[in-house]
Design a protein around this ligand. Structure first.
Ligand code: VGL
Ligand code: ZN
Length: 198
């Protein structure tokens, strides 16, 4: 079965030194490059926010980064400003082999809604278009890697499983933010959705 490697948000802001750095985020660049050869297609996602995005704590006077607020579409964690459209922080890690990507899909570009998942925005209903792309290419088996394990990787994996793809998360090629136990919760939710953790 045709297999795609989905590389989630391997961007400077999620790597050490970045605005929303994930510990050891840069250590998975080489393993991800090495994995690319094993797949029929490589897709990269890119977190891509306007400067006043609603997921930024500074867009909500008095709110602290890493706190939770209620949005019209449900609960939303507030983050330090990150991955602003066109910025160096939004650029891919310089070690990532970009030339091998068939598709780069951006997400989170609508000012009033976040998009952790590569498939749907955080309302769980506005599609990004990725499912249609994969289906048209008959890429039915997906392996997910990248950042962050417990947010964008997990939400993407769960949505992909719900959409009927066969989904594996290659854990050695991910790293987590781990906010208030979010990693263990994400792993349980992924297993519950039928995602293989490998
Ligand atoms: C992510 C928080 C905010 C991620 C993106 O890539 O996991 N996390 N935006
Ligand atoms: Zn983001």
């Amino acid at each position: 079965m045709p297999r795609a490697l989905i590389v989630i948000d391997m961007q400077n802001d999620f790597c050490p030194g970045g605005a929303l750095a994930v510990a050891e985020g840069d250590q998975i660049v080489a393993p991800i490059n090495a994995l690319m050869d094993e797949f029929d297609a490589v897709v990269l996602t890119q977190d891509w926010h306007p400067a006043d995005h609603t997921s930024f704590a500074e867009s909500h006077p008095g709110a602290e980064p890493f706190s939770l607020i209620e949005m019209p579409y449900g609960p939303q964690a507030l983050w330090p400003r990150h991955c602003v459209i066109g910025s160096e922080g939004a650029a891919f890690h310089s070690g990532l082999e970009l030339d091998r990507a068939d598709l780069v899909i951006r997400k989170g570009f609508r000012p009033r809604i976040d998009s952790y998942s590569a498939f749907f925005e955080n309302d769980h209903e506005t599609p990004t278009g990725l499912a249609g792309y994969l289906r048209e290419r008959a890429l039915t088996d997906l392996s997910l890697v990248g950042l962050a394990h417990d947010f964008c990787v997990a939400w993407s994996a769960i949505d992909a499983a719900k959409l009927g793809f066969a989904v594996t998360v290659i854990e050695e090629a991910t790293r987590a933010i781990d906010l208030d136990g979010s990693l263990e919760k994400a792993r349980a939710d992924m297993r519950g959705a039928g995602v293989s953790l490998r």
